[in-house]
Design a protein around this ligand. Structure first.
Ligand code: NDP
Ligand code: ZN
Length: 351
């Protein structure tokens, strides 16, 4: 069957032929409809992140997918049911994090991530999975079902950020998303739906730009980081109750503290690589303490986040999803889905 993979010594995705998998006992066979591509895939392709399975010198890409059950193989699933796979799997025997249904809280070494770390992904015609790692979704969301995984990332990040403000009366009104990539824009649309009065999104692009059009169509304000760096946003616009970091630019994590209003919280999801720079640690420390600010880092997501993400996806405006997903390509044209020009926001490969 067709699969899109990156070899350990390669620097570009390739279309390869691999055997169609046979489900083991207690596993179902899933036929992939679509698999999405995000910043993480580009990092895996560039060799900055990710590991191939032990026995192979390549990794089948894809951690954002939607598919249909081809063969339930004796599991409780039904043939033809639409499903979205979760990303993490136990690296061998199930450990306590998987037993508690909190795979997203497992430390490094205690999980594999399909399509990223130690296990093949979903960018192929068929994959097998135990049913506990599949989330059933209505057929109506199948078209954009590959967005459920990235939405679930933000569901988790917001849950953890809000939990850090749960000890007191907190009524956030302003929110700033750092990054106008696909995750940043999805998050902006979600914050818009969840009742923030004023939303902002920071990027570093000139107009005209399709991401700026989306930001403004959502009713949010575009902040150009070249004119207003993150640590000047509070003065240039307003102090933010919530900041959501989705650029992976390491200084932003710390500048977020300056951008926050008293009692505010910063959710950090961007994944940087090594980056040395100077910061005033004393001022940073003082800001956090004297103004009750919090920074929360989060990665991956669990079943409840996927389940909430299904509802969230259904609530997002159709025009937004149509504008966000700039290309869905067939396997024959898969390379186009990995191109990264200024018109590309979110792409997927269709099988
Ligand atoms: P993208 O690479 O598509 O988006 C990143 C965006 O940030 C781009 O639009 C880029 O702008 C912008 N950006 C980068 N640096 C700056 C800067 N200095 N000032 C202003 N804007 C900047 O990635 P995704 O949207 O897919 O993901 C966002 C981040 O989240 C990535 O780091 C990714 O690895 C991470 N991630 C983390 C997850 C988790 O579980 N924690 C899950 C999924 C993703 P431009 O395009 O103009 O360069
Ligand atoms: Zn992703």
């Amino acid at each position: 069957m067709d699969a899109i993979a990156v070899y350990d010594n390669g620097d570009a995705p390739e279309l390869i032929d691999v055997p169609r998998p046979t489900p083991a006992s207690e596993e179902a066979l899933i036929r992939v409809l679509r698999a999405g591509i995000d910043g993480t895939d580009h990092e895996v392709i560039a060799g900055e992140h990710g590991v191939s399975p032990d026995d192979d010198d390549y990794l089948v890409l894809g951690h954002e997918a939607v598919g249909v059950v081809e063969d339930p193989n004796g599991t409780e699933l039904t043939a033809g049911e639409t499903v979205v796979p979760m990303v993490r799997r136990p690296p061998g025997a199930e450990n306590e994090y998987f037993q508690r249904d909190e795979p997203d809280m497992a430390p490094t070494g205690q999980y594999h991530e399909r399509g990223i770390v130690g296990a093949h992904g979903y960018m192929c015609e068929y994959f097998t999975s135990r049913p506990e790692y599949l989330v059933s979704v209505p057929e109506t969301v199948a078209q954009y079902g590959f967005l459920i995984e990235p939405v679930s990332i933000t569901e988790k990040a917001l849950e953890h950020a809000l939990a850090a403000r749960a000890a007191f009366e907190w009524t956030p009104e302003s929110a700033l998303v750092l990054g106008n990539g696909s995750l940043g824009l999805l998050t902006l649309a979600m914050l818009d739906q969840s009742g923030f009065d004023r939303t902002y999104c920071l990027g570093r692009r000139d107009r005209p730009d399709p991401t700026i059009d989306i930001i403004e169509s959502l009713g949010a304000t575009y902040v150009d980081s070249r004119e207003t760096p993150v640590d000047r946003v509070a003065d240039g616009y307003e102090p933010m109750d919530l900041v959501f970091e989705a650029t992976g630019h390491a200084p932003h994590a710390f500048e977020t503290v300056e951008a926050l209003a008293p009692n505010g919280v910063g959710a950090l999801v961007g994944v940087p690589s090594s980056h040395e720079f100077e910061i005033d640690g004393g001022t940073l420390h003082e800001e956090l303490v004297l103004h009750n600010k919090a920074l929360v880092g989060t990665v991956n997501s669990g079943r409840t986040h996927f389940e909430h993400a299904v509802e969230t996806l259904e609530s997002l405006p159709e025009w937004f999803l149509d504008d966000l997903v700039t290309d869905v390509v067939g396997v024959d044209a898969f390379e186009r889905a990995f191109s990264a020009d200024d018109h590309t926001i979110k792409t997927a490969v269709e099988f």
